[in-house]
Design a protein around this ligand. Sequence first.
Ligand SMILES: Nc1ncnc2c1ncn2[C@@H]1O[C@H](COP(=O)(O)OP(=O)(O)OP(=O)(O)O)[C@@H](O)[C@H]1O
Ligand SMILES: [Mg+2]
Length: 136
Amino acid sequence: MSTYCFTEEQTEKLGEIFGKTVRCGAVVAMCGDLGAGKTAFCRGVARGLGYTGRVTSPTYSLVNEYEGETPMFHFDLYRLSGADELYDLGLEEYLDRGGVCMMEWSERVEGEIPFTHRVTIKTVDETTREITIEVI
Ligand SMILES: Nc1ncnc2c1ncn2[C@@H]1O[C@H](COP(=O)(O)OP(=O)(O)OP(=O)(O)O)[C@@H](O)[C@H]1O
Ligand SMILES: [Mg+2]
C-alpha cells in the first residue's frame, strides 16, 4: 500500500498503525533519503508496540532497544563499515529474540538480511512524503 503523509505527526501515526498490526519476528527495511522520515516512522512503530518513552535516532549507537509489550530493535546502518560489523553487533541474537527489527539504511546490507517488509519514504516536497509499505 502507498499513501501520503503531510506532517511528521502523520508519518508517526502511520508507523503506529503499522506497529499495532505487525507480527513479532518482522524485519523491516526502511528506505529513503537523509531526512525522509525513517526515524519518525520508527518512533510511531515503537508507540504501536506499546513503548511510551523517548525514541531517538541510533545513528551513533547503530542499534537501540525499546522494551514495549513487544520489543523493538531500531538499527541505523548509515555508519556501518560492512556486513561483518552487523554480525559483531549481535544481529543473529536480535533476529532470534522475537521482537520487531526496524532497519534504517538497510541498503548497506541488501541481500544479507531476511527482510519481511519494506517501507519506502519518498520526499515529495518539504513536508509531503509518499510512504509505501510492502510485504516482501
Ligand atoms: N511528512 C513528514 N514526515 C516525516 N518527517 C517530516 C515530514 N515533513 C517534514 N518532516 C521533517 O523531516 C525530518 C525527518 O527526520 P528523520 O530523522 O525522521 O529522517 P530520517 O529519514 O530518519 O533521516 P536520517 O537518514 O538522517 O536517519 C524531520 O526534521 C521532520 O520534522
Ligand atoms: Mg533516521
